[in-house]
Design a protein. Sequence first.
Length: 302
Amino acid sequence: MKKRTNEKLKSLKEELRKIRFKNLALLTLAGIINAFGITLFLAPVQLYDSGISGTSMLLSQITPDYLNLSMFLVVLNIPLFICGLKKQGVVFTIYAIYAVAVYSIFAWLITDVLPIDVSIASPLAGTDLLLCSIFGGIISGIGSGLALKFGGAMDGIEVMAVIFSKRLGISVGTFVMIYNIILYTICGIVAGSWILPLYSIVTYYAALKIIDFIVEGIDRSKAALIITVKPDEVSKSLIDAFESGMTIIPSKGGYSGDECSAIYFVVNRFQIGKMKTIVNDIDPSAYITITEVADVFSANHK
């Protein structure tokens, strides 16, 4: 028993050593940005964020004033992150709890401490629902995107999805979508109007696009799988043209039974046309498939 406890403590210490000050600094920035987006654009006009953040906003509107947004963010998010500790890991859980804590603190400072009136309108966009939904989504998306990029999260909904989606037989993405549909439906019923929930969908869409941009970059890479009988000539020409490596996999035609090779090669979207021309000039019979790659990194990259 003692040996097992010591092993767990040793493992925990090793995990804690992976925590980086740079990540904590950027998660602080992410929490501040997210708080500004929510409190200055969405909450004043009663628009809703998605996930647990949106749920917290709804609960803060229908409960007494002392039960504010910041409290619900902490009460709802942190238990979910702790529940997901086993699947997500210690470092992610610490980063996520830290990001939500910063978000909650700055949301409280903006709404209750700083001399900013966010009670009935956005200080920057007034009561214009379209401006509030777009800019609220963009700014909160930047905060959420930074949190994801640097190892944490701003919302426990995806952790909740990981825990429950498998039991329900659906994907994580489907779980999140169903949760948000139910959330916006309840918001519409509580508000007695569908205008605010519909504008909240605009917020959700804007935030998703910004999160994709922050996490994956403006130019997603493409993975090309090239099936060719001239792998040496094709690979040499591609290496000379793009100065990048590739992987050659010995293959066999399923129908013809002929020996061939599969070349796995990553390019950006501006290089696709040139790559096709090079391959076609060497082997007109080559078969090429292209798929999007969410991220590219080296195992040796620190």
